[in-house]
Every structure is written in structure tokens, then in C-alpha cells.
Design a protein around this ligand. Structure first.
Ligand code: ATP
Length: 301
């Protein structure tokens, strides 16, 4: 469920202040540098043509930094995220992570690279994507075996319990199957899985889109705390510009594959320079502005 204007006010009051304020003054060298990144999907079938899903995108994320990506449906946000996680190949440009152009590594080779465990992708509806026949504990143990290489069952169990504790998931729930967990509990399992390999960068693709507002606020709070505790950097994709306002120091606004606005979130949201940026913001209510309460969200998928 998407957050309503009331929900946004509720989240803001729960959070007290934008998470991003705590991190704003820290300037660190780029951990991730994306340059001229492009993805074109080949057209298939009669009268179809290629789709330029991401077109010449450039940005940097510092260690521990956070970049929000907003834009209407089909603007290329998920494609951008999937290229950085190396789930799909780019057709042009570079993705330099800690000095290595991982954009030159094919997705099939990337699974064997040391960078694989350092960049983790949290999918939209992460909890809904859990394997039905694996308990929560088994789902969290999977990346510990696969990516961390732990084989000792006792050590794995201890690590699973520590991860569950770090995301405030009661360890008693680890024996349950996904259908026996709430949406928020499943989201916590999904986030634990992403944290299992001690990543430096989390790619969060609409991580709270499927959750209702109070659960959304709890998960956003959790993500904020994890970022501070583990020094994580976030690439945070959202339709919800208010969530990005709360979570990210920097933002890019995408339209038709291109970046139309880019810079510090506070600055961009206060004074967007492009027509599209202005349109987007006009469609979003201020947290305490009842006048615009009916048009809360950026166009949904
Ligand atoms: N595998 C694919 N083959 C062909 N075209 C694709 C493929 N994946 C995405 N596209 C196209 O690329 C464009 C960008 O899609 P993408 O999913 O990245 O947008 P998005 O901004 O994440 O949208 P949403 O917010 O709805 O998830 C769209 O026009 C989409 O139809």
C-alpha cells in the first residue's frame, strides 16, 4: 500500500526529523561513480523498436552516503538499479565501485567477484519474494553460506540470530515460513538477507512500497538505524518523494531514462530547476498542507 498524506504526516512525526540531516555534513570520496551509464533494450517482434531505458546517467555516492532516485513509472529507475547490482548488463558507460569498473564485468561473471557481496539489492516487495518452502532462518542462512562461505552450522545459526536481532526480528520467528509472517516481519527477513554479507552499498528498490504506513515507518526507521550502525551507503528508489526527502541527502529525478534534476535533496525539492521537477513537486502535498492532500503520490506503477 502507498502512503497517504495522513500517513506521510504520521511517518514524519514518528521520525521527528529527516534522517538525512544526521549525515549531511559528512563529505567522503566517492565509493560508487556512475558515468554516462546507458541501457538500451532490443526491440522484439514486428514493428518493435529499441527502448532506451537509461540514457547517459552520471552520479556519485560516497561511502555511507545516500542517493534517492525518483521519477514516474517507466523512467528507468529499476533498470538503473539492476545495472549497478549487475543483474543486467549496461550497453554503455561505466560503474566504478571502489576503483573497479564493475560495469565491464558481465552479470554472469559478477556472481564470482568479491564486489558481489559488497553490493546488495533489496527488491521491491522484498518480503513477498521469499521462497515459500524456506523458513525465515533458512532464508537468512542462504546468503551466509553462498556469499560469506560459512559452513559450520553452529556459526551459521549464531549469525542468523545476530542478523535477526539487528533488524529487530524476534528469533522465535526464525522457524516460521513466509506465509506465517506479517508483511513487516517478511520485510525484516529480506533486509537481514541483504545484510548477511556485510555489504557497503544497499540498492533499495521501493523497499516499503507494499507495506502499510505504520509498518513503512518502522522499516524506514530500521533502515536509517542500520545505515548509521553499519556505515552503509544507500541507493534508494522510490515513487514517494517524501520518503526520499526523509532518507536521502542527495537525489536524482529521472524522466524517460534521463536525469532531469540532480543535487542535494533539500535544495532540489525546495527549488527544482526543470519543468518536470516542478510538476512532480506540485503533485506532492507538503506534510502539513491539507490543500493538496488528494494528490499525494508520484504516478504509481
Ligand atoms: N527487459 C526489458 N525489455 C524491454 N524493455 C524493458 C525491459 N525492462 C524495462 N524495460 C523498459 O525500460 C523502461 C524503464 O523501465 P524501468 O522498469 O526501469 O522503469 P521504472 O522507473 O523502474 O518504472 P516503475 O516505477 O514502474 O518500476 C520502460 O519503458 C520499460 O518498459
Amino acid at each position: 500500500m502507498r502512503s497517504s498524506p495522513t500517513g506521510l504526516r504520521c511517518i514524519a512525526s514518528i521520525l521527528d526529523r529527516p534522517f538525512s540531516a544526521a549525515f549531511r555534513c559528512v563529505q567522503a570520496p566517492a565509493m560508487l561513480k556512475v558515468s554516462r551509464l546507458t541501457k538500451s533494450f532490443k526491440g522484439r517482434g514486428w514493428r518493435s523498436h529499441d527502448v532506451l531505458a537509461v540514457d547517459d546517467v552520471n552520479f556519485e555516492i560516497a561511502r555511507g552516503g545516500s542517493l534517492g532516485v525518483v521519477g514516474e513509472s517507466g523512467s528507468g529507475k529499476s533498470t538503473l538499479a539492476r545495472m549497478i547490482s549487475r543483474l543486467i548488463d549496461n550497453t554503455g558507460g561505466s560503474i566504478v565501485f571502489e576503483g573497479i569498473d564493475i560495469g565491464a564485468v558481465s552479470p554472469s561473471s559478477f556472481v564470482h567477484r568479491p564486489e558481489r557481496r559488497r553490493i546488495q539489492h533489496v527488491f521491491q516487495d522484498t518480503g513477498e519474494n521469499l521462497t515459500p518452502h524456506l523458513t525465515a532462518g533458512a532464508a537468512i542462512a542462504d546468503p551466509i553460506r553462498r556469499l560469506v562461505g560459512l559452513a559450520d552450522e553452529r556459526q551459521i545459526r549464531l549469525k542468523v540470530e545476530a542478523l535477526a536481532t539487528s533488524v529487530a526480528l524476534n528469533p522465535e520467528l526464525l522457524n516460521r515460513y513466509p506465509h506465517q509472517l506479517s508483511g513487516g516481519q517478511k520485510a525484516r527477513v529480506g533486509i537481514s538477507r541483504a545484510l548477511a554479507s556485510a555489504p557497503d552499498l544497499l540498492i533499495l528498490d521501493e523497499p516499503t512500497a507494499a507495506l502499510d504506513v505504520s509498518v513503512q515507518a518502522a522499516i524506514l526507521k530500521l533502515l536509517h538505524r542500520l545505515r548509521r550502525e553499519f556505515g552503509l551507503a544507500y541507493l534508494f528508489i522510490s515513487h514517494d518523494i517524501e520518503v526520499v526527502r526523509l532518507m536521502c541527502e542527495d537525489v536524482i529525478i529521472m524522466r524517460l531514462g534521463r536525469v532531469v534534476e540532480q543535487g542535494p535533496t533539500r535544495q532540489i525539492l525546495k527549488a527544482p530547476q526543470s519543468d518536470y521537477g516542478r510538476e512532480l513537486l506540485e503533485a506532492v502535498p507538503r506534510l502539513n498542507d491539507r490543500k493538496h492532500a488528494s494528490s499525494a503520490m508520484i504516478a504509481p506503477s
